[in-house]
Design a protein around this ligand. Structure first.
Ligand SMILES: [Zn+2]
Length: 384
């Protein structure tokens, strides 16, 4: 017995103060690196507004309890001199759907509004931009080439950062009264019309409703993406009050060679922007969806390249098996193509609004044409 113990002691790796110190230093360095990497996600990348900007405020200016919380976010206002429609455009309700966010950034960096008023929120759920979706292996950032150099943007999560809202309930009753699974309490697109004293995500939704009321918004457009195997994709989702506007916009887009399908907002699916904005405030409410392979379940390895180029060999296989709801080729679906579609959708919706209601003009000077964005790349329309 004694002999065996001696042998075990003999076989132990030999450590000393030097190896202990070295391991401690390596551990501390890894900890500091991880901490700095995490902290850097809390810093939003700068957005450079066009000279046409008339006011830059915060969501907390409409709903003060959001001040100094992770739910506060930048609001960009472009007020035309001539009367017209008051428009709200939001991206980043889901921070893992980058073309919606980036289309909102392109608006902020290019817009001049002659008639009407356009209010843009690029990071509607700012907290969701500070974390990733777990177990996806997604990159924290993606990169867009511009004439003046590379711009870096965060790829966030579908849900509010659990550091900012925790714990999740077992089941969550949305402010509109629907029971959904607990983590959906952190999904901004289930939280409308919000609760003034609810979870952070519900308070963000409430802040956006306050903005709609205080800015006298007539029409709201929410910019999203979805996975290529999901049926609601390349689509204009519309509240029934906005059915004609959506149909007219779809026809206009078809004339230009862009195919977006129409999806009616189901009346019993509650808490979504296009449902609750229309029901609670009576405004026109629409949502745009473009295809985003990085959020799909069929994707292979996730990377910053996949975010931008949308090329994935497993989606090619899925296309060959007829499992996708969009055409998918070896070219992938570049983020420029997706942003172009978002911008085309916005333009077509606003033209349709004016056709239906002539006093609801919105003159968006500076909005790049979708074909130019597709051909030259979205980076050509981002400021340096
Ligand atoms: Zn979404």
């Amino acid at each position: 017995m004694e002999k065996v113990r001696e042998e075990v002691i003999e076989r132990r790796p030999k450590g000393n103060w030097a190896t202990a110190t070295a391991l401690l230093v390596v551990g501390a360095a890894a900890g500091i690196w991880a901490g700095l990497s995490y902290r850097s996600m809390l810093e939003p990348e700068p957005i450079y507004p066009s000279p046409g900007l008339t006011a830059q405020v915060l969501l907390s200016d409409y709903f003060p309890p959001l001040k100094e919380t992770a739910g506060d976010t930048e609001v960009f206002v472009f007020h035309g001199e001539e009367p017209g429609a008051n428009v709200l455009i939001i991206g980043g309700v889901h921070a893992n759907e980058p073309a919606g966010f980036l289309a909102a950034v392109v608006l902020v960096e290019n817009l001049r509004v002659r008639a009407g008023k356009v209010v843009v929120i690029p990071r509607a759920n700012a907290s969701a931009f500070t974390c990733n979706d777990p177990q996806e292996g997604n990159p924290q950032r993606f990169f867009i080439e511009t004439p003046g150099g590379e711009r870096v943007f965060r790829l966030g999560s579908r849900l509010t950062n659990p550091v900012h809202q925790w714990p999740d309930p077992t089941l969550f009753e949305t402010p509109a009264g629907q029971i959904v699974s607990g983590p959906e309490a952190r999904n901004l697109n289930r939280a409308f019309p919000g609760r003034a004293d609810g979870y952070l995500t519900e308070r963000i939704a409430y802040g956006i409703m306050e903005l709609i009321r205080q800015e006298g918004i007539h029409i709201g457009i929410d910019l999203h993406e979805s996975s290529p195997e999901y049926p609601v994709i390349n689509a204009i989702v519309f509240h029934e009050r906005s059915a004609e506007i959506a149909a007219l916009a779809q026809m206009d887009l078809q004339f230009e060679g862009l195919d977006l399908r129409l999806e009616a907002s189901p009346p019993n699916l509650r808490g979504l922007s296009h449902r609750e904005w229309g029901d609670a405030e009576g405004i026109h409410a629409l949502l745009l969806e473009t295809p985003n392979p990085v959020q799909g379940r069929l994707k292979g390895r996730s990377s910053a390249e996949l975010v931008v180029h949308g090329k994935d060999k497993y989606y090619l296989k899925a296309e060959a098996l007829g499992r996708l709801f969009i055409p998918y080729t070896e070219e992938g679906i570049h983020i420029s193509t997706r942003v172009a579609r978002q911008l085309a959708g916005i333009q077509a919706i606003l033209i349709s609004l004016e056709e239906m209601e002539p006093d609801m003009a919105v003159n968006l000077e500076g909005l790049p044409h979708w074909m130019a964005v597709q051909e030259r790349g979205v980076g050509a329309f981002l400021r340096n």
